[in-house]
Design a protein around this ligand. Structure first.
Ligand code: AMP
Ligand code: MG
Length: 429
């Protein structure tokens, strides 16, 4: 093989300048991936976390009519001056039991939270602020001065006007979205089917927890990392287990899985070592769209397709596997599943660490933990050990610190980009 060609495929000899930059990798993913899943209708009780596949509009106003925001006494504000706040009680109105008569002028109604305001009343005094009084066997209430007209009254439509749109197709339904849909009376919704993902670990050294570990063995922690990340992203997972470092086994497994899945997610065997068979199998079976990124960690990350099935190959090192999942796999899952390409927000936070010498031409992601300095300012600390095998650093982190290609150092106090895990779809523990 001539040296020029060799340079293109051998990651050890490839300079970061010749590797694909992070932004270009995202652009390739954006350009190549399209929604693939169908839709199904589910009751609201099973819709949490699903991607909605329709618009939902409010068929009627919410609340449907003016009602009391507190337990107390409803009256016409204009009557207060005339009565001096001394109102005979003319009716009692509980939630779910609207009054069929208007409020007689100069009187007040005993009312409870959520009960419809009687016609003629516009203001509610809280029961804690009122005094009741019995005179000649009749009930009165003394309402203090100073309430504004309309106080403690909820207006019809103040939450949702009739016809208001509630959700955007593709968005994942959060608890508060389900509450809004339910409040309009809609009981079932069309959602996108989960993305079907085949999950594969590769490596002769790997064993599943629970099995004895031979000399030189390593437990397959990535399977559990990735399975949980996929579950958080709403995917339907097929566990294809651990593949030995055997080219025909890797080839046959990828070919079979591609026929019945929307995505194959592999971990390990992604470099060009003699025992790394993934890229060779991908090249033989389909098309590779990217490999060799100018990032750290995660350089050998790859992306391609076998027929209509997307393949994403993560490095075997746990830190690289998690970082690459969050940066590249998560957006692909979102788009395949009918959602928008996620654009996580970055926050500029002062660094409570320094990196005297950073290699230019590559983007680096450190595990970052938020902290408070002596002056009460939020700062970010960097996990103090390198090594992409250290799961400990992932556990301590609140997110990723992102250092751009052109940076050659980070000084204590410099503002750095911080990507909280919450922006990357992970819920706090
Ligand atoms: P590889 O990408 O196959 O060259 O693996 C890189 C490193 O990650 C090696 O130290 C592997 O033992 C380790 N590794 C690979 N796959 C896994 C896995 N599923 N769980 C934990 N460690 C792994
Ligand atoms: Mg390996």
């Amino acid at each position: 093989m001539p040296p020029s060609e060799r340079r293109l495929i051998d990651d050890c000899f490839l300079h970061d300048k010749d590797r694909l930059r992070h932004a270009d990798a995202l652009a390739i993913l954006k350009a190549r991936v399209a929604p693939v899943v169908g839709t199904e209708t589910v009751p609201l009780a099973r819709a949490a976390g699903r991607r909605i596949a329709q618009t939902v509009t409010a068929p009627r106003a919410v609340p449907a009519a003016d009602n009391a925001a507190v337990d107390g006494y409803a009256f016409a504000h204009a009557d207060h001056a005339e009565t001096g706040g001394f109102f005979p009680l003319s009716q009692r109105i509980a939630a779910g039991h609207p009054s069929d008569t208007a409020l007689p002028p100069g009187t007040a109604a005993r009312i409870f939270t959520g009960a419809l305001m009687p016609q003629g009343a516009d203001t509610v005094a809280m029961q804690e602020d009122c005094e009741t009084h019995v005179q000649d066997g009749l009930d009165f209430v003394i309402v203090p001065q100073g309430l504004k007209p309309g106080a403690n009254r909820r207006r019809a439509g103040e939450d949702l006007a009739a016809g208001a749109g509630l959700v955007t197709p593709g968005q994942r339904l959060r608890p508060q979205d389900l509450a809004a849909i339910a409040s309009t009376g809609t009981g079932e919704v069309a959602v996108y089917a989960p993305v079907r993902v085949a999950l594969v670990s590769t490596g002769d050294e790997l064993r599943r927890p629970g099995a004895p570990l031979p000399e030189g063995g390593v437990y397959d922690s990535n399977h559990f990392l990735l399975r949980a990340l996929l579950e958080e992203a709403g995917a339907a997972i097929t566990d294809l287990g651990i593949l030995a470092d055997d080219s025909s086994l890797v080839h046959d497994t990828l070919r079979e899985a591609s026929a019945t899945h929307d995505m194959i997610l592999t971990t390990g065997g992604a470099s060009r070592g003699e025992e790394d068979h993934l890229v060779t199998a991908l090249d033989a079976l389909g098309t590779r769209h990217m490999w060799q990124l100018a990032i750290k960690p995660g350089r050998p990350m790859n992306f391609g397709q076998i027929g209509d099935c997307v393949t994403l190959g993560l490095p075997g090192n746990p830190v690289a596997a998690m970082v690459c999942f969050l940066l590249y796999v998560r957006p692909v899952l979102a788009v395949l599943g009918g959602g928008p390409f996620p654009e996580p927000r970055r926050f500029q936070v002062p660094a409570a660490f320094s990196v005297p010498k950073k290699k230019p031409d590559r983007r680096e992601f450190y595990r970052g933990t938020l902290d408070t300095d002596g002056k009460g300012r939020t700062v970010v600390r960097k996990f103090n050990r390198d090594g992409s095998g250290l799961i400990t650093g992932l556990r301590e982190a609140d997110g990723l610190i992102e250092i751009p290609e052109e940076a050659t150092q980070v000084r204590d106090g410099d503002l750095v980009d911080f990507l909280p895990f919450s922006e990357l779809g992970l819920t706090a523990g």
